[in-house]
Design a protein around this ligand. Structure first.
Ligand code: ADP
Ligand code: NA
Length: 340
């Protein structure tokens, strides 16, 4: 029903990886059962840092292909590309005027992505969380499946929704609209692997935006590439622990066990029940087999889909039309509320 609507997005900024799959795309598929879902290729977020135009166009289709290949049903759910629905940008401007500078100044992702040369970061990179709030609120979505790295941005979206509802309370009522015009979007961040770490550095997250990380497992990797990356993954010399307590202060072990748990639809305890006390070399072989078994078919289907860009463009076009129908309704109300 419309009162239980899921929204989430993935940036078309290069190779999708195991973290994107476990933290986001795998959940997108699971949530189709109980919710109306809107899944977006967020190209407007992508250009907050420089993107080669030819590569960007290719990446947009690849991300859409990954959604479909993983099992998102583009005819039942809405799959589309952000820039095709102008209401995202339109609402983002209004929300730029609701969010406070102090709130954005606290965003850790901006600090990480801008790095030391902050003066040279784009204004878009700074305002990115307001656009993300618009993405969610323009559909009045109630649930947002994301990885842990997006938790702070989700909290900001909730604050923006609340401030809009408060600032415009009189106008919302005068227009006969519900008091909580924008619902508070709830993050869905649960289970193992909500933050997949780099396989060579247990302190850094696996990320598209780190091109130097050759250990990253991409959705387009061959079985051999996956096997090599997992075999080379950093671990400590100890065997797998016999209990969850034994994972404390062992970030690399924790990461690999979390990945296995997520791929096998179990939890860390389930993995320890099976492999606890064993050697990592054996566990890694089991992880290779499982990862190849889960990602292989997705990879093959992505390849098939990407070879037919016309089909992907039709899915995206159809999704954009259905998304815009919802977004336009929200924007009409927002204009009445604001006094435009
Ligand atoms: P990236 O950070 O790799 O550029 P995006 O910003 O496009 O990827 O994020 C797409 C989705 O994937 C988001 O829901 C994000 O939280 C999730 N995600 C990204 N990296 C990871 C990770 N290492 N572990 C779990 N989820 C992740
Ligand atoms: Na991210």
């Amino acid at each position: 029903s419309a009162s239980q609507r899921v929204f989430s997005g993935v940036q078309p900024t290069g190779n999708l990886h195991l973290g994107n799959y476990l933290g986001a795309i795998k959940r997108f598929v699971e949530l189709q059962e109980g919710y109306d879902c809107i899944y977006c290729v967020v190209d407007m977020h992508a250009i907050t840092v420089w993107q080669d135009p030819v590569e960007l166009k290719k990446s947009i289709r690849e991300v859409a292909a990954a959604f479909l290949a993983a099992g998102v049903d583009g005819s039942k759910q809405i799959v589309f590309n952000q820039s095709q629905v102008p209401q995202h940008a339109e609402l983002a401007w209004v929300l730029n005027c609701v969010a406070r500078l102090g709130w954005l100044n606290r965003m850790t992702q901006f600090k990480e992505k801008a790095g030391k040369d902050r003066e040279n970061a784009s204004v878009g990179l700074y305002a990115y969380p307001n656009l993300m709030a618009a993405d969610i609120l323009v559909y009045r979505a109630t649930h947002v499946p994301v990885g842990e790295d997006q938790k702070q941005h989700l909290e900001l979206a909730r604050d923006i929704a609340q401030k809009f509802n408060n600032d415009f309370a009189t106008s919302i009522a005068a227009n006969g609209l519900p008091e909580k015009f924008f619902p508070q979007p709830q993050p869905l961040i649960a289970g193992p692997a909500t933050r997949v770490m780099s396989l060579r550095d247990g302190a850094k997250k696996m990320s598209k935006s780190d091109p130097s990380d050759a250990s990253r497992i991409n959705l387009t990797d061959s079985a051999d590439q996956i096997a090599n990356k997992i075999r080379r993954a950093k671990t400590d010399p100890l065997p797998l622990p016999e209990s969850l307590d034994g994972l404390k202060e062992r970030p690399e072990a924790d990461n690999l066990i979390g990945i296995y748990a997520a791929l096998a639809d179990t939890d860390a305890q389930g993995v320890i029940d099976e492999f606890g006390g064993g050697q990592f070399s054996q566990f890694k072989q089991a992880l290779v087999d499982l990862t190849v078994a889960k990602l292989g078919p997705i990879n093959a289907e992505m390849t098939r889909l990407v070879a037919d860009p016309g089909h992907i463009d039709r899915v995206l076009g159809d999704g954009a039309a259905r998304a815009e129908a919802i977004a336009a309704e929200t924007m009409t109300a927002v204009k009445d509320i604001v006094g435009f």
